[in-house]
Design a protein around this ligand. Sequence first.
Ligand code: SF4
Length: 62
Amino acid sequence: MQARVDPDLCTGCELCVTTCPEVFEMEDDKAIVKTDSVPAEAMESCRQATEECPVEAIIIEG
Ligand code: SF4
């Protein structure tokens, strides 16, 4: 499973970084994905972050 953030949609609210710090981090005023693939132990929190993103900027693939 891989995740990515659409930088055109992300508002930089930091919610995903709080929910799933294993995968997301802030870079300047946007969230970015810091892992090539989502670690098994972070899949649930990554899915939660995706559902919680207020602008649906997180895309999960695979
Ligand atoms: S929750 Fe969504 S809008 Fe907020 S920082 Fe993460 S990707 Fe950006």
